[in-house]
Design a protein around this ligand. Sequence first.
Ligand code: ZN
Length: 240
Amino acid sequence: MRICVWNENRHEQKNQKVREIYPEGIHGTIYKFLIEEGHEVVTGTLDEENHGLSDDLLNKTDVLIWWGHLAHDEVEDKWVDKIQQRVLEGMGILVLHSAHFSKIFKRLMGTSCDLKWREADDRERLWVIDPTHPITSGLGSYIELEKEEMYGEHFDIPTPDELLFVSWFEGGEVFRSGATYKRGRGKVFYFRPGHETYPTYHNKEIQTVIKNAVQWLKVTDTHQPTYGNHEPIETILKKD
Ligand code: ZN
């Protein structure tokens, strides 16, 4: 399994508090616990040449993980086109937290992907809605995060194929925090937690979800359908 962890990596450069929580960047933390699982993992960040992406890298990637917030607009459209194309061909994509507003997620959803938000140290409880799903394997009834940013409904996404988590926030809101989709031959999973000023990606249960998600997102059936004009399989009887 080849995974690319992509991170905008701007908060880490601007904010000392974020650097203290993620000294090697959010991508560095995610990279580490996925490498420990035995996966082949590379990282890419916005300020690298071509945003740290290449055609070769995307072609070899089974699952792309995407975190962004401040600079969605700086991601060049040509890379959004290429990532979308790879998803349609069967690359999995895990969209994290504020990447709900990334160009690629909005492209894949076709809706505004807007939501309510608040930074006020709300306690978050992510209730497991589908305990039979591979992505929720190994979890209890819920994951509790002592402090997180609040995201609240309405979340302007298409009705998910599968809803895996619903979050409750201390301030009273709820949110569809874990949603799966299929686009073309590829799978999409949106997972809400991960505001940069909280140590969310160090949480073992959050790591379990991400580890499970990359396994689920990898498409194992490599059959590519054919399209267009098609010769009949059986002889069609003349009807005159
Ligand atoms: Zn945030």
